[in-house]
Design a protein around this ligand. Structure first.
Ligand code: SIN
Length: 524
C-alpha cells in the first residue's frame, strides 16, 4: 500500500482520491471546505455520447474543431471514448442526472453537433456531482481529509516529489511525506478582474508545480465565458440558456451575433466572447443583454433554478426582460503538462483536471468537456496508481510527452530586489486589460514590465495565493507574448490570423529562479 496525497476537492480530486483509496491510503487536502471548488459552480453539464443518434466520432470532431488545431488528438480520443463508461460510474456513485421521457435529459451547447450535455438539478450539475462525490469520499475507509489546509510547495529529493509542505489550519507549516502527489487543485480565474470562478481558484497547483521544476504547457490559452451576469458578484449564465433559444442583444435591442458567425449566438465561445467585447466597446462599455423572454417563467424556473434564483436575488425578472451580461474568465486550457495518465515531467507528481494540460482542449475548450476531462483523466491516473493494466503502449513507467513541435520559454519565478508588494486587485485589472480577451505586443510588454516591478509578500493564505497569482500572471503574459498569431481563445489584435508557423506548436514554460528563495513565502 502506498501513501498518496491528493490536493484539491473538485470532481478531479474527489475521483482521484476515491479510486486511488481502493488500494492505497490517501490524504485529501483542500484549502477550504471539502465541498468548496470550481466544480460546484458548473452549470451547463457534462458532455458525453449516451444516445443512439450521436457518435463518439462526432464528439471527437466537435472537440477538435473547437480546439482550433491545437488539440492533442490522442487525448481527445481518450476523452470521448472513455467518457460514456465514466458517466455510468458517476451514476453508480450516486449522481442523479435529469431524465426526460424515461431517458437521460440532454441539452445543446455551443459548437456541439448534437445535444449531448447531461445535466442534474437543472443547472446545478456541478453541485449535484460534488455532493454525491463528497458523500462517497466521506464514507471511504482509506481517505483522511484535511480541510482548511493550504498546500504551499512540493518536497523534492533527487528530482522526485516526496511530499508536500502545508500550512495547517493552526497556521503552522508542516511537511507531509508521500509516495505520490496528485495535483487536482483547479484553475486560476482569480487572475482576472471578471471571472465566473469562485475565490478559491488561484492556480496554486500550477504555481507550485512550476516552482518545483515541472513543465507547463499552453498557458497562453485562457477561455472567457461569453455570458456572466454584468452585476456585482458576477454569476455565470450557462451557455445552455442560449442552447434553449435565448439570444444576445445590443443596446438598441438588435441581434448582433448573426453577422459574426453562421452559428450566431451558439458560435464557439471565443467568437461569442469577442463579439460581445466588440459590441460593448461600440456602446461605451455598456453590457449587452441576454434575452430569454421567449421561454416561460415556469420553464426558466425548472430548467435553470440556480440562475433563476440568482436573477431574482438581484431584482431581475428574466422571463419578462433581457438581463445584462458580459464575458468573464472561465477556464484555463493550459497547466501542468501531463501525459494521458496524469504523469508530469516530475517523478512522483501527477496532475488531473483543470490544473493539468493533456492538450485535450487545444486552444479553446468545447462547452461541457471540462467536467468530463476531470472525470476521465482522474480515473486513469488512479488506475495507473492501482496498477490496473493500461494499454500496452502506455506501460512506460515515465512521463511521455506528446510528440509535437514545441518551444520552451523561461519565466522568472523570483522577485526583483527593488520590487514593491503587489496588490491583488491591481494585478487582476492589469491581466484583464493586457492579457484578456484581446492582447497585443505593446500591452503585453507593458504588463510584463509592471509584473516585474511587483513582488509577493507575507505568509497568510491570502498572501500565498497572491504570490501564486503573480507567478502565473508572469507565465501567462510570457507565453502570450511569444505566440505571434491568433488561435482559439488567444486573440492578438496585432496578429489577427492563425499562422502555420504556430500551428500545433506547444509553448512550454519552465521556471528560472531569479534571486529569492524558491518556496512560496519562505523566509517570511
Ligand atoms: C456553462 O454552463 O455554460 C458552462 C459549461 C462549461 O464551461 O463547459
Amino acid at each position: 500500500m502506498k501513501h498518496v496525497i491528493v490536493v484539491g476537492s473538485g470532481i478531479a480530486g474527489l475521483i482521484a482520491a476515491l479510486e486511488t483509496s481502493r488500494a492505497h491510503s490517501v490524504t485529501l487536502i483542500t484549502k477550504a471546505k471539502l465541498a468548496d471548488s470550481n466544480t460546484r459552480w458548473a452549470q451547463g453539464g457534462i458532455a458525453a455520447v449516451m444516445f443512439a443518434d450521436d457518435s463518439v466520432e462526432e464528439h471527437i470532431e466537435d472537440t477538435l474543431r473547437a480546439g482550433a488545431g491545437l488539440c492533442n488528438a490522442d487525448a481527445v480520443e481518450v476523452l470521448c471514448t472513455e467518457g460514456p463508461a465514466r458517466i455510468r460510474d458517476l451514476i453508480r456513485l450516486g449522481v442523479q442526472f435529469d431524465a426526460q421521457n424515461g431517458e437521460l435529459a440532454r441539452g445543446l451547447e455551443a459548437a456541439h453537433s448534437h445535444p449531448r450535455v447531461l445535466h442534474a438539478g437543472g443547472d446545478a450539475t456541478g453541485l449535484s456531482i460534488e455532493t454525491a462525490l463528497v458523500r462517497a469520499v466521506r464514507g471511504a475507509a482509506n481517505i483522511r481529509i484535511l480541510e482548511h489546509t493550504f498546500a504551499c510547495d512540493l518536497e523534492l529529493q533527487n528530482e522526485r516529489v516526496t511530499g508536500l509542505e502545508i500550512l495547517a489550519p493552526d497556521g503552522q507549516r508542516q511537511t507531509l511525506a508521500a509516495d505520490a502527489v496528485i495535483l487536482a487543485s483547479g484553475g486560476a480565474g482569480q487572475l482576472y478582474l471578471h471571472t465566473t470562478n469562485p475565490s478559491v481558484a488561484t492556480g496554486d497547483g500550477v504555481a507550485m508545480a512550476l516552482r518545483a521544476g515541472a513543465q507547463l504547457a499552453d498557458v497562453e490559452f485562457y477561455q472567457f465565458h461569453p455570458t456572466a451576469l454584468a452585476l456585482p458578484g458576477t454569476f455565470l449564465i450557462s451557455e445552455a440558456v442560449r442552447g434553449e433559444g435565448a439570444v444576445l442583444l445590443d443596446a438598441d435591442g438588435g441581434r448582433f451575433m448573426q453577422a459574426l458567425h453562421p452559428d450566431a449566438d451558439l458560435a464557439p465561445r471565443d467568437v461569442v466572447a469577442r463579439g460581445i467585447a466588440l459590441r460593448m466597446s461600440l456602446q461605451q462599455g455598456q453590457p449587452v443583454s441576454l434575452d430569454a423572454t421567449a421561454m416561460s417563467a415556469e420553464f426558466l424556473r425548472t430548467r435553470f433554478p440556480s440562475i433563476d434564483a440568482a436573477c431574482a436575488a438581484r431584482g431581475l425578472d428574466w422571463a419578462t426582460r433581457p438581463i445584462p451580461v458580459t464575458p468573464a474568465a472561465h477556464y484555463w486550457m493550459g497547466g501542468v503538462r501531463t501525459d494521458l495518465w496524469g504523469r508530469t515531467s516530475l517523478a512522483g507528481m501527477y496532475a488531473v483536471g483543470e490544473v493539468a494540460c493533456t492538450g485535450v482542449h487545444g486552444a479553446n475548450r468545447l462547452a461541457s468537456n471540462s467536467l468530463l476531462e476531470s472525470l476521465v483523466f482522474a480515473w486513469r491516473c488512479a488506475d495507473l496508481l492501482l496498477g490496473i493494466e493500461p494499454a500496452a503502449e502506455q506501460r512506460a513507467a515515465v512521463f511521455t510527452p506528446s510528440n509535437w513541435p514545441e518551444t520552451t520559454l523561461e519565466v522568472e519565478s523570483g522577485d526583483a530586489p527593488a520590487a514593491t508588494i503587489v496588490d491583488r486587485l491591481a494585478l487582476r485589472k492589469l491581466m484583464w486589460e493586457a492579457a484578456g480577451i484581446e492582447r497585443d505586443a505593446t500591452g503585453l510588454a507593458a504588463a510584463s514590465d509592471q509584473l516585474a516591478r511587483w513582488k509577493a509578500g507575507g505568509s497568510t493564505v491570502e498572501e500565498l495565493e497572491t504570490a501564486n497569482l503573480l507567478l502565473l500572471a508572469r507565465v501567462l503574459v510570457t507565453a502570450a507574448a511569444a505566440r505571434l498569431e491568433s488561435r482559439g481563445a488567444h486573440y492578438r489584435t496585432d496578429f489577427p490570423e492563425p499562422s502555420d508557423e504556430f500551428r500545433q506548436l506547444r509553448v512550454c514554460l519552465l521556471a528560472c529562479l531569479l534571486n529569492t528563495a524558491q518556496k512560496v513565502g519562505a523566509g517570511c
